[in-house]
Ligand binder design. Structure first.
Ligand SMILES: Cc1ncc(COP(=O)(O)O)c(C=O)c1O
Length: 391
């Protein structure tokens, strides 16, 4: 991480804490806290950029899993429809009245199909990413059993090496043709998500990754169009490449609203709006302080959170963050703020967050954070042989 940016964030977190001191001392920590004005400013920057680039933002709910924030995002021009990552999230969104939902991920598990059926039954427009015949088969069965049209986008591997078929492969057009020819399926277009441009500090490097993604998506789109197949939607994108041309019609931006320590350090024009309030619970040594925000409150895979000046993180455990004191020593009982290093999995650890703005505080439920496995006697029918791979 560039040191000066981290230093800026350390000062930011200290000043947000100072401005909201009274509120912090009323919280049961560890507790997520979000700042409304910064959220609105992040949303404004994204919306204006999208309008300028002629790309629609389809916000990704997986970043914060909070329907109230999603509605804020959707209130801006150029922001339409929602994205999510699982069938259960889609079901929850549809139940809350969101009526245009993209699942930007493959849905294959038998137990997940009922959730797709439930979404389709609400009348919401549902589109799902596929990269296999089995995936097309799942959507076909959902469409058949609900008698509702379901959209698909064929997922292209644009270099991220996760799901997706190769851009110029036979597999791509065979899959697209199968989807196009299947009753109840609307072939919407293609999807290409890559995470490899996300944390690049150099704009030059970000543009290079975006150009590479664009060339792969162009290749895929022209291969399908040459065969007379529709490519109305080209969906993908991420906060890291939000202002780079990837040839998209819609961008599934997630993190830009709340940001995080890692993204916040690369110099994008979005400012961290999410913090974790933590209490100093012990001073076991004169040069150490223990905060009550361990990795049950802050997801650790991108490392330690960003701390205010005067404290350096040393070790994480379940309920504790041990810090070295390098500045004014904190007292036991002091409440401070830290910036989570990685947003999505941190949100996934909490049920609520406190939003403060313009002198008021609101408690927001992280209501899309549903998970679970439900054993069913019989999910909807297995797919017919046409959708199975022969090998
Ligand atoms: C398929 C897909 N689209 C979009 C995003 C959003 O990325 P970001 O949070 O960087 O905006 C992600 C994040 O992991 C993703 O997996």
């Amino acid at each position: 991480m560039p040191r000066d940016r981290v230093q800026d964030l350390r000062e930011l977190v200290a000043s947000v804490a100072a401005d909201n001191r009274d509120l912090l001392y009323r919280l049961q920590t560890p507790c997520l806290v979000a700042e409304g004005e910064t959220i609105d400013e992040n949303c404004r920057v994204a919306s204006e950029t999208a309008l300028r680039l002629g790309v629609r933002i389809r916000p990704h709910a997986k970043a914060h899993k909070c329907s109230a924030l999603l509605r804020r995002q959707l209130s801006l021009p150029g922001v339409e429809g929602v994205t999510c990552a699982t069938a259960l999230e889609a079901q929850t969104l549809a139940g809350l009245g969101f009526d245009d939902i993209l699942i930007a991920n493959e849905v294959i598990a038998r137990g997940s199909r009922d959730a797709l059926v439930a979404v389709a039954q609400t009348g919401a427009e549902l589109t799902v990413a596929v990269d296999s015949r089995q995936g097309v088969g799942v959507i076909a069965r959902v469409a058949e059993s609900t008698r509702r049209e379901v959209g698909v986008v064929v997922d292209i591997n644009v270099g991220g090496g996760r799901c997706g078929v190769a851009p110029a492969s036979d597999e791509l057009w065979e899959l697209a043709e199968l989807a196009f020819a299947t009753d109840g399926i609307r072939l919407e277009g293609i999807m290409g998500y890559t995470g490899q441009g996300n944390y690049l500090a150099s704009r030059h490097e970000r543009l290079r990754v975006a150009a590479d993604v664009k060339s792969r998506l162009d290749l895929a789109a022209s291969a399908l169009r040459r065969r007379g197949l529709p490519v109305k939607t080209i969906t993908g994108g991420s906060t890291g490449l939000f202002d780079c041309d990837q040839g998209l019609t819609e961008a599934q931006l997630g993190s830009y609203v709340l940001m995080e320590g890692r993204y916040g350090s690369v110099g994008l024009p979005f400012v961290p709006a999410l913090f974790c309030a933590a209490t100093v619970i012990s001073r076991p040594r004169s040069d150490h302080a223990i905060l009550d925000c361990g990795w049950k409150a802050l997801s650790p895979e991108f490392g330690f959170p960003i701390l205010p000046p005067g404290l350096d993180p040393v070790a994480f455990s379940d309920e504790h963050l041990r810090c070295r004191v390098t500045g004014t020593p904190p007292q036991v009982g002091d409440v401070l703020l830290v910036i989570p290093a990685h947003l999505d999995p941190t949100m996934n650890l909490h049920d609520r967050m406190v939003l403060f703005e313009a002198g008021r505080t609101l408690e927001l439920t992280i209501d899309l954070r549903r998970r679970g496995s439900v054993l069913r006697e019989e999910a909807i029918d297995p797919e017919p042989a046409i959708y199975r791979f022969d090998h």
